[in-house]
Design a protein around this ligand. Sequence first.
Ligand code: DAH
Length: 327
Amino acid sequence: MSDNNDALVEEAMAGIAGAQSLAELDEVRVQYLGKKGKLKSLQAQLKSLSPEEKREFGKVLNGIKQSIQTALAEKKSQLEESENSGPDIEAIDVTLPGVRALPGHRHPLATTMEEVKSILIGLGFRYDDYPEVETEFYNFDALNTPDWHPARDMHDSFYTTKGNVLRTHTSAFQTRAMKEFGPPPLRAMTSGRCYRRDEIDASHFPIFHQLDVIAIDENISFADLKWVLYQLASALFGEDVQLRFRPSYFPFTTPSAEVDVMFNGKWLEILGAGMIRPEVLQAGGVDSEKWQGFAFGLGLDRMAMIRHGISDIRLMYENEEAFLRQF
Ligand code: DAH
């Protein structure tokens, strides 16, 4: 009988060692320790034994049960470890639909900015970035905007503790560019963030984007300005674009104009423009007797909104996925 028992233990150990998965191991467990398992049928033999023999045989059975249980537990933790460390092949359902990775989208402001920029680069304007934190000189004084001007009020602009100002318009680059690039001819532009203290509503946001352009040369006239603006507008809005020039006032240009584009049956204002005032040329170190120039600046938020039919500027700054996914 004991030979038989040894054989049973050996067989069980071989079964346990050979199990390739937790499921297979459980089959082995049921086979030996289950309700109808091999150990149970041995236990059935107890009935026919004398009390003395029962005790002996009972011990033997317990020993067998324990060694099988120990071997099962060891193998189980081994299998668990290896099954956790690799992919659970059986748990991968290859028929499930895939998870689509959503690609990123260019923001309409970025694409508008880049498009305007590349059209103007094509017309011979250089592009450079300029500081967003500006001195009062470049943002205001150099642009003929004196102390008493309302734009300089604390309530209208953001000042740093050091007395600098977050640029209120990209026009702040104009005299910097003149100084930096020396004597004309000069065709230059910049774009980027501007800041003003505005109440937030559908068309106002304290951060917005502009693009500003200057051209300085001998014999530059308002006609050159118009030509450049028509080139730009027809590239953006189509060959048969209509523009309307309204007389206006800016401290740094004269004459000055606000320019509207006809879009979906309506005149929409898109930019401010004019001939650079002699005071501004002089602040940039340019001899205003010899050189003339034009300048214009456009609101990129507004331009992007017109082109994409966006009705609320706040959408441009919320970065809501559902909004951006449309572009
Ligand atoms: N800086 C002006 C603004 O923020 C826009 C502007 C008007 C820019 C006329 C120009 C210009 O360069 O010539 O309202």
